[in-house]
Write a protein that binds this ligand. Structure first.
Ligand code: GDP
Length: 193
C-alpha cells in the first residue's frame, strides 16, 4: 500500500462521533506498550502521527486516522494497564463493546501481541471477544527484533496455540525497528479494504 495521506480525524467516545462517510475501518487493539503506536506509524511511514509511549491507560477514546481518503485506522485504547481504576476499566469495556458489537463499517481488527511472551489472560480475552463478534482478526506479534530469529517459530506456535488461531488465521512477526512484517501486514489488510 502506498500511503499518500494519513491524517488524524477525531478521538471518539461514542457512535455520535464516529465518521459517517461510509469508508471502511480497520481497528487496532492490544495491550498497553505492546507497540501499537509504533506499528501504525511504521505502516503509514510517519514518525509520530500516533504518539508512542504516551502514558498508558490515559486515552480512553477511539482515535480515528483517515488514510488516503479511502479508509480509517481506528486506534483502540490499550488494555492491561494496572493503574487504571475499576470505573475506568468499566467505561473502556462499554465503549469497546459498543464499537465491536455494532460498528458496521469495521472490516477487520489488527490484534497486537508481544512475540517475546505467551499471550496474557487479557490478550486471550480480547481475541475471544473479537471472535465472538465474528470480526476477521490479523494477529501481529511485535518486537521481533528483541529475540533471535530462531525463536520466532517456537514463540509463534505458543501464541497461535494459546489464542486458538485457526490455520487460516494470519500471525505476522513484526518489528517497527527493522520493518519486518510490514509488507505482509499490508497484504493482509488490503484483503479487507
Ligand atoms: P503502545 O503503547 O502499544 O502504543 O506502544 P508503543 O508503540 O508506544 O511502544 C512501546 C515501547 O516499545 C516504546 O518504547 C517503543 O519504542 C518500543 N517498541 C515498539 N515496537 C517495537 C519494536 O518492534 N522493536 C523494539 N525493539 N521496540 C519497540
Amino acid at each position: 500500500m502506498k500511503v499518500n495521506k494519513a491524517e488524524y480525524i477525531i478521538s471518539a467516545v461514542g457512535p455520535a462521533q464516529y465518521p459517517n462517510d461510509g469508508m471502511p475501518e480497520i481497528a487496532l487493539a492490544g495491550r498497553s506498550n505492546v507497540g501499537k503506536s509504533s506499528f501504525i506509524n511504521k505502516l503509514l511511514n510517519r514518525r509520530n502521527l500516533v504518539r508512542t509511549s504516551e502514558k498508558p491507560g490515559k486515552t480512553q477514546k477511539l482515535n480515528y486516522f483517515r488514510i488516503n481518503d479511502a479508509f480509517y485506522f481506528v486506534d483502540v485504547p490499550g488494555y492491561g494497564y494496572a493503574k487504571v481504576s475499576k470505573k475506568e476499566k468499566a467505561s473502556w469495556g462499554h465503549m469497546l463493546e459498543k464499537y465491536f458489537a455494532e460498528r458496521d463499517m469495521l472490516h477487520a481488527v489488527v490484534h497486537l501481541v508481544d512475540l517475546r511472551h505467551p499471550p496474557s489472560k487479557e490478550d486471550i480475552q480480547m481475541h475471544e471477544f473479537l471472535e465472538y463478534f465474528e470480526h476477521p482478526i490479523i494477529t501481529i506479534a511485535t518486537k521481533a527484533d528483541k529475540i533471535g530469529r530462531n525463536s520466532y517459530h517456537k514463540n509463534g506456535q505458543i501464541i497461535a496455540r494459546d489464542l486458538g488461531l485457526r490455520p487460516d488465521e494470519p500471525l505476522i512477526y513484526f518489528s517497527s525497528l527493522s520493518g519486518l512484517g510490514k509488507d505482509e501486514a499490508w497484504k493482509e489488510l488490503e484483503k479487507y479494504l
